[in-house]
Design a protein around this ligand. Structure first.
Ligand SMILES: [Zn+2]
Length: 295
């Protein structure tokens, strides 16, 4: 197995490896284990979605986009609209039925809020990848909130929506947030966009107080719908989504980042959902005792 570990960064006294390929192939090493061996899942528009031969992580295996390029040329709001247009053109019937069922689906922001308050009901909340601030606005009713967002346009919308909250315009991996300060960190629809997801989890670990919880929502590559739809699955956005987690790969990355993944309620464990919800606790360093689930 070829492991590429070419540089390290330190967050809160913990070392995080920046995985950068040392080969001439311009391949992105596996963001979970660092291996370079992989098999092609599919390719689109010059991008290669691959599965790591060592740990089964699925990800875009090409060289990462710089954060500046990601913000300037792949703003999520623009890329999302492009993908929706592509799907309307390629699969109009499927999109028609999807629109019909929209009123019956749970409001996404309320669902995020409900997951957050399962773990903490008050205190300081940090939303990493806060987008346009819809969740922050709801969370601000119960928490003292702070947001971090890479897209200047989305961050501006968040500032207008939640004027009392500090909103930092920055990559999450480089955000100047105080260490050991937050009771809860949320990452809703962020990890799938982050080319250094392990470092992104490190930022959450650093910001949390001991015993604090990170609550994550990302796409569920293990869903039955993905297995049926293949590369036409609704969770595929190229190159905006560069990581495709399963419960197994996300749990492993959380443990690697120092977290203690929490048991998941039955409803969240069903493979019928395209969304993967997971919470993990920052352990108390002096005891090392694993915390029980609140669910
Ligand atoms: Zn791997």
């Amino acid at each position: 197995m070829v492991i590429s570990r070419t540089s390290q960064t330190e967050i809160c006294g913990l070392e995080f490896v920046i995985l950068t390929s040392t080969s001439q192939s311009d391949q992105r090493p596996c963001p979970l284990c660092g291996a370079l061996e992989r098999r092609l899942v599919f390719q689109r528009d010059g991008w290669h979605v691959v599965k790591c031969s060592a740990c089964n992580m699925v990800f875009i295996g090409d060289q990462p986009l710089a954060y500046g390029t990601q913000a300037a040329e792949h703003d999520w709001a623009d890329d999302y609209e492009k993908e929706v247009s592509r799907r309307k053109k390629d699969r109009p019937l499927l999109m028609f039925f999807s629109r019909l069922t929209r009123p019956f689906r749970t409001d996404a922001t309320r669902r995020q809020f409900s997951h957050a308050i399962h773990w903490k009901r008050e205190g300081k909340l940090l939303d990493l990848g806060c987008g346009d601030g819809r969740f922050l606005a709801m969370a601000a009713r119960q928490f003292d909130v702070t947001g971090v967002e890479l897209s200047a346009r989305a961050a501006q919308a968040a500032k207008e929506r939640v004027p009392q909250a500090p909103i930092l315009v920055s990559p999450v991996t480089d955000a100047a947030v105080p260490a050991d300060s937050f009771d809860i960190v949320t990452q809703f629809g962020y990890l799938e966009h982050e080319w250094q997801p392990r470092v992104g989890l490190g930022a959450a670990f650093c910001a949390l107080k001991s015993g604090g919880v990170v609550v994550i929502k990302t796409t569920n590559y293990a869903s039955w719908n993905r297995i049926v739809m293949g590369e036409n699955w609704c969770g595929i956005h190229i190159p905006s989504h560069c990581n495709y987690f399963t419960p197994a790969t996300l749990s492993r990355m959380l443990r690697d980042a120092g977290f203690d993944p929490q048991p998941r309620p039955l409803l969240d464990r069903l493979p019928t959902s395209d969304t993967l919800w997971m919470a993990a606790r920052k352990p108390q360093p002096q005891t090392g005792v694993r915390s029980g689930a609140i669910f």
